[in-house]
Design a protein around this ligand. Structure first.
Ligand SMILES: *[C@@H]1O[C@H](CO)[C@@H](O)[C@H](O)[C@H]1NC(C)=O
Ligand SMILES: *[C@@H]1O[C@H](CO)[C@@H](O)[C@H](O)[C@H]1NC(C)=O
Ligand SMILES: *[C@@H]1O[C@H](CO)[C@@H](O)[C@H](O)[C@H]1NC(C)=O
Ligand SMILES: *[C@@H]1O[C@H](CO)[C@@H](O)[C@H](O)[C@H]1NC(C)=O
Ligand SMILES: *[C@@H]1O[C@H](CO)[C@@H](O)[C@H](O)[C@H]1NC(C)=O
Ligand SMILES: *[C@@H]1O[C@H](CO)[C@@H](O)[C@H](O)[C@H]1NC(C)=O
Ligand SMILES: *[C@@H]1O[C@H](CO)[C@@H](O)[C@H](O)[C@H]1NC(C)=O
Length: 514
């Protein structure tokens, strides 16, 4: 198919309100009696001790069973699944000293666009929505591709970043369609580009605290410096298919107030000073303003993070995709930690995270997380894997949540501690197993992390329910069986440290379990 036709087809699929329904359900998923949730079944391989915490990821792409956010354990047990939606960058962060959940919720345009428009949601530890960070077209004069009706967009924030800073502000990215002369790269003079912007916003009010645009700094970052990606011949002729040359995909903030941003198609990391000027460029092949150490090179990278900053020494981690839609399958994807010395202007490789036994070639997305104990967790973006490395670089865990590459993915993935106290009560489902003459009781509590046991109460009237079973919690859904079928009413209670922490509604068992 011709690229332009393909794009029209993709847009037709993705702009129809809800996320595309599952096209291929071949990857196994889990189901429950007491919950609607249907998380993927993780293929977990362990070869060492993993760090504490749950796995946080989203599910998106053609083969996704349900487009949702997931919190799951290393034992393939669900903790929480969100309602369906088009999400990305799901994680915990700290806001005003408290743990919160943050994620993008909106629409995402597939490659060759690869950006989105939506809000950043902030939930508290009861999964209650407390803030929505948003920017409207009216507020910021932002323009989408012509195929999107701007009046249908509640907010323009892109899905690539939702970082809460040490100052409790939030860093986000934005894509804005605008006209620009592309003759310097062989495109039309009256061309169309997707400008990339990043913003620092107030979390509670979405007030703009800082704004930066790549196009406004084109004198410092010339369009002709862009590396090989989609050919300009196919792009930039109209507002429907702008030339998305910069492709910002991460923003981090340094202690001095400046910013570290990553551009996929420049294969570069830029330091942006507080006045918006480009302080330096670190280019993955040429070095840019730096001399690259012999062992260091990167391209099409994601997730540039400041790990340490002391004087002239800056340690940065990146997810080095080393693959693009144009160049793929040559260099494997790596987690890279490097030291940048801004006095000697050298960049040195500190450590690489790869598994030569299972090389990954991730064309898009991905991230590198450094845990407190030195372990490194990588979400492989377009390849549906999450891998944990010990500090020496050996693999301790691989969790796979889908088949192949680019069919099912999570923009980023994390291992994070989490304590959830949902406002929604536990759920119970009961049925009579005629064969064994037992009442089977299934109980679960979506989002709850702390309960250790369940109590099952049965009886014939609401006021006369008595304890019929007391069982240890066994994963997301726990089952208890009660002899006989003379329990018209059933209620369960979750127990935390011997105290009831949640009470289910009262249900009646179904006549049959099949
Ligand atoms: C925009 O440009 C593409 C590729 O050049 C072309 O296929 C498409 O028909 C154009 N769309 C409009 C609305 O002109
Ligand atoms: C679904 O995916 C599986 C695994 O990748 C593949 O073998 C199968 O042919 C696919 N089915 C369809 C209908 O595309
Ligand atoms: C599960 O993971 C193991 C180890 O990485 C791999 O050998 C196996 O093929 C995987 N299974 C599926 C269904 O992908
Ligand atoms: C998850 O996907 C399946 C298959 O498409 C669908 O039947 C189910 O209703 C979805 N779950 C939710 C909560 O919508
Ligand atoms: C944020 O937006 C979501 C999705 O539209 C909505 O359900 C939620 O109530 C909003 N939360 C707040 C605090 O406005
Ligand atoms: C977005 O692009 C439009 C032109 O399409 C331009 O008028 C507007 O100033 C741009 N917005 C920002 C914030 O740069
Ligand atoms: C089922 O169990 C109940 C209570 O334990 C008992 O009264 C009843 O006789 C049993 N029925 C059968 C068919 O075994």
């Amino acid at each position: 198919m011709q690229l332009s036709l393909f794009v029209t087809y993709l847009l037709a699929c993705f702009l129809q309100a809800q996320p595309a329904s599952a096209q291929n359900n071949s990857w196994p998923w889990q189901t429950y009696k007491s919950s609607w949730a249907e998380p993927p079944s993780l293929n977990i391989t362990k070869s060492g001790l993993t760090s504490p915490g749950y796995l946080f990821f989203d599910q998106n792409g053609e083969y996704a069973h349900n487009y949702s956010l997931f919190i799951m354990s290393d034992d393939n047990e669900l903790v929480w699944q969100s309602a369906l939606g088009d999400y990305s960058d799901f994680r915990t962060q700290t806001f005003e000293g408290k743990p919160v959940l943050t994620f993008f919720n909106g629409i995402s345009l597939p490659e060759p666009y690869g950006w989105g428009h939506g809000i950043i949601q902030v939930l508290d530890d009861s999964y209650t929505s407390i803030y929505n960070v948003s920017l409207t077209a009216a507020e910021e004069n932002l323009v989408p591709i012509s195929d999107i009706d701007p009046t249908q967009l509640v907010s323009y924030i892109d899905m690539h970043e939702s970082r809460i800073t040490a100052q409790d502000t939030i860093l986000v990215t934005m894509y804005n369609v605008t006209q620009y002369d592309l003759s310097s790269v062989g495109g039309p003079e009256d061309g169309w580009v997707a400008d990339c912007l990043f913003y620092e916003l107030d979390v509670k009010t979405s007030e703009v605290l800082f704004r930066w645009s790549a196009l406004a700094h084109v004198d410092e970052i010339p369009i002709s410096d862009v590396q090989q990606f989609y050919p300009v011949a196919d792009f930039g002729r109209n507002q429907s298919i702008p030339y998305g040359y910069f492709h910002i995909n991460s923003v981090d903030k340094l202690e001095d107030g400046s910013y570290l941003i990553s551009s996929r198609y420049y294969c570069s990391i830029f330091k942006i000073s507080t006045d918006g000027s480009v302080e330096w460029t670190l280019q993955g092949q040429t070095g840019g303003d730096f001399k690259l150490d012999a062992g260091l090179s990167f391209s099409y990278q994601h997730d540039a993070r400041v790990r340490k900053n002391e004087g002239n020494i800056l340690q940065i981690s990146i997810f080095d995709n080393a693959n693009s839609e144009i160049i793929s399958g040559v260099d494997q994807t790596k987690g890279i930690f490097m030291t940048v010395n801004t006095e000697t202007m050298t960049a040195t490789l500190d450590q690489e995270y790869v598994n030569p036994q299972d090389s990954v070639y991730a064309i898009s997305q991905g991230n590198v997380q450094l845990l407190d104990d030195g372990h490194v967790v990588m979400g492989y973006g377009s390849t549906p894997k999450i891998r944990e490395f010990s500090p020496d670089g050996s693999t301790v865990m691989t969790a796979q949540f889908g088949p192949g590459d680019g069919l099912l993915f999570s923009y980023r993935a994390y291992r994070l501690p989490w304590v959830g106290h949902p406002t929604e009560p536990p759920n119970v489902f009961a049925c009579i197993d005629q064969l064994s003459n037992k009442t089977m009781v299934y109980m679960s509590w979506l989002g709850a992390t702390e309960h250790e046991a369940w109590k099952v109460y049965t009886g014939s009237s609401i006021s006369s329910l008595t304890l019929a079973a007391h069982v240890k919690r066994a994963g997301f859904e726990t089952m208890a069986s009660i002899p006989g079928h003379q329990a018209p009413l059933i209620r369960v209670e979750a127990e935390e440290m011997g105290v009831t922490s949640g009470v289910s509604p009262i249900v009646s068992p179904r006549n049959s379990c099949v």
